[in-house]
Ligand binder design. Structure first.
Ligand code: AQP
Length: 332
């Protein structure tokens, strides 16, 4: 069975972009692959964060993942910082990556990379992400389109490390969904929906009540003209709504467009479709949130399973790069 790994930052409320771009694929992948999913809390330190909120957001993000359908009886769900192999492998990969490669990461630039006062972690976190993936020998990494460049870096580092130090890592493949791989902000449809960069009106949370979803969809920025056509470059707002409709109800956004003669008709259908799509998530979340001890137990079990796999890979990599192994190996 092939391996899958992916993760989400506990940097804010989980939104529709996370759900359609990544989590839905994770839910189906867990039945087809040996699947590892993690809440990447160390990544959330790369930007300004509130220490009083990080732990509760981590638990809440894990709860959301179970609410969208991750089933701990068929996948491994864990918190990144509970598996110390992640930062340990990162150093080896930082000594494999180059300054120039990291400077070219567009997410680094978008999140303020040119600013002298940004955290050094914002610069290096794509390497931590590479460690997240390579530790699990993952062949497949289901993510949104925004992660394409980071995955390409992971592949480059794996290939370079293997070349210099001998076959150590599996070189992973990217898996992005056909529809809604990049969900756009409803207020600024030229930029992606984001936990940290979007306004509340531009973002639909997976737990938003139906009236909020309806309000946000009806207030969504549309484009000049009145024709409903799928043209992401010239009509990003309307195209985003068509993508959301296609992702929720099935179908092709291009083919759905001729069925509409007005923006308001389209918005009504998008709103209804999203309310129905997210209804079961809200319902499951209510049950899970009533028993946080259960989610914590799932995470403890997940960390133990993840550590067993990550430890073996770390040991292999430490030896391959030439470090003196302690008695019993590196992973103890
Ligand atoms: N707008 C999006 N459309 C499609 N997929 C998306 N993802 C994120 N935004 C969109 C995918 O969700 C997964 C988890 O993302 P993340 O939380 O780890 O980080 P991110 O990509 O940086 O997402 P955000 O929401 O923009 O977070 P912040 O604001 O904290 O940086 C990934 O697979 C991602 O592709």
């Amino acid at each position: 069975m092939s391996r899958v790994l992916s993760g989400v930052q506990p940097s804010g409320d989980v939104h529709l972009g996370n759900y359609l771009g990544a989590f839905r694929t994770w839910v189906s992948d867990q039945h087809r692959h040996e699947a590892f999913f993690c809440v990447v809390d160390l990544h959330a330190l790369a930007q300004e964060h509130d220490p009083a909120l990080l732990a509760s957001r981590t638990l809440e993000t894990a709860t959301n993942l179970m609410a969208v359908g991750l089933d701990p009886s068929v996948c491994t769900l864990f918190v990144q910082s509970h598996v110390p192999e992640h930062p340990r492998l990162t150093w080896l990969l930082e000594c494999t990556a180059t300054f120039g490669e990291l400077r070219r990461m567009t997410q680094f630039k978008e999140k303020g990379g040119e600013n002298e006062s940004v955290r050094a972690g914002l610069f290096t976190y794509p390497v931590l992400q590479a460690a997240d993936i390579l530790l699990y020998d993952a062949q497949r990494v289901p993510v949104g389109e925004d992660q394409r460049q980071h995955l390409e870096l992971t592949r480059t580092l794996a290939i370079r490390f293997n070349h210099h130090y001998g076959e150590t890592f599996v070189v992973p493949e990217l898996a992005v969904p056909e529809v809604a791989a990049r969900v756009m902000d409803l207020q600024e449809p030229a930029r992606k929906m984001s936990k940290s960069l979007s306004s509340p009106l531009g973002t639909i949370g997976v737990l938003d009540p139906p009236e909020d979803i309806d309000h946000k969809v009806r207030r969504a920025v549309t484009d000049a003209g009145t024709a409903v056509v799928y043209e992401p470059l010239t009509k990003p707002g309307v195209s985003n709504l068509l993508e959301l409709l296609a992702a929720a109800n099935g179908g092709d956004p291009k083919e759905l467009a001729p069925g509409y003669t007005s923006y308001s008709q389209l918005k009504r259908d998008v709103s209804e479709a999203l309310v129905e799509l997210l209804r079961p998530v809200r319902e499951r979340h209510l049950e899970l949130a009533a028993d946080p001890g259960h989610v914590e137990a799932v995470l403890a079990n997940g960390a133990a399973k993840a550590s067993a796999v990550a430890g073996a890979t770390l040991d292999r990599a430490m030896r391959a790069i030439g470090l003196l192994a302690p008695r019993g190996g590196f992973s103890v």
